[in-house]
Design a protein around this ligand. Structure first.
Ligand SMILES: *[C@@H]1O[C@H](CO)[C@@H](O)[C@H](O)[C@H]1NC(C)=O
Length: 201
């Protein structure tokens, strides 16, 4: 009996470890959070390139339809690789567009929103990216994305945003479920992009 309990405990601990394995940083809790994770048959360099190649977002991303890297004075930067301290002017879809999308997929006007975000982390070695709301004073949110190796040609893509502030409860009520769909859809779109060419005819 003691033996069986020990085995069950070991299994429980192993299960917990697997479930909690994450490359996202620990951040303070807020009013609510939206998060998503998906395993993709790809490499870390390929995934990093896809996530930082902003001009190519319209070709695959059903959530962020465009993301322009601008300076603090809103000048479009010639180098569109995201760098900490610069800003992003984004056009997003909440809820997301149905997959697949390409650069010609029209927006759903009812789901279109603009966002202005400050780039807070570009950590290639750690496989982490983050940006946070730069305009809305009633809502704070920092969106983290992370990639990590999970073995045998597989990577894990994760994203999470903790929302806080006076406006966060209303945001949860109005857009919470749609935001969740958008986070999930970006993961699925990334998977389609990175695995799309790997199947044989
Ligand atoms: C840059 O654009 C954003 C979004 O339109 C705006 O909120 C912000 O005030 C602008 N910043 C400057 C310095 O003009």
């Amino acid at each position: 009996m003691a033996h069986r309990n020990t085995i069950l405990n070991v299994l429980a601990i192993a299960g917990t470890t697997i479930a909690q394995s994450s490359n996202l940083p620990t951040v303070p809790p807020g009013v609510f959070e939206v998060s998503s994770r998906i395993q993709i048959k790809s490499t870390l360099p390929a995934a990093w390139h896809a996530l930082t190649n902003m001009p190519a977002y319209p070709q695959w991303n059903p959530f962020v339809r465009s993301s322009l890297v601008v300076s603090s004075s809103n000048l479009t930067l010639p180098n569109q690789y995201p760098t900490e301290g610069n800003y992003l002017l984004m056009r997003v879809q909440i809820p997301p567009l149905p997959l697949p999308v390409d650069e010609n997929t029209p927006d759903n006007p009812l789901a279109t929103q603009l966002a202005y975000e400050k780039i807070t982390a570009v950590q290639k070695r750690k496989g982490r990216l983050a940006w946070k709301y730069a305009t809305d004073t009633l809502i704070q949110g920092e969106r983290w994305q992370a990639i990590s190796h999970v073995g045998e040609g597989m990577i894990l893509y994760e994203s999470r945003e903790v929302f806080d502030g006076l406006g966060a409860p209303a945001l949860r009520e109005t857009l919470g479920p749609s935001l969740q769909k958008s986070f999930d859809a970006q993961g699925e779109g990334l998977k389609l992009l990175l695995e799309g060419n790997s199947h044989s005819p």
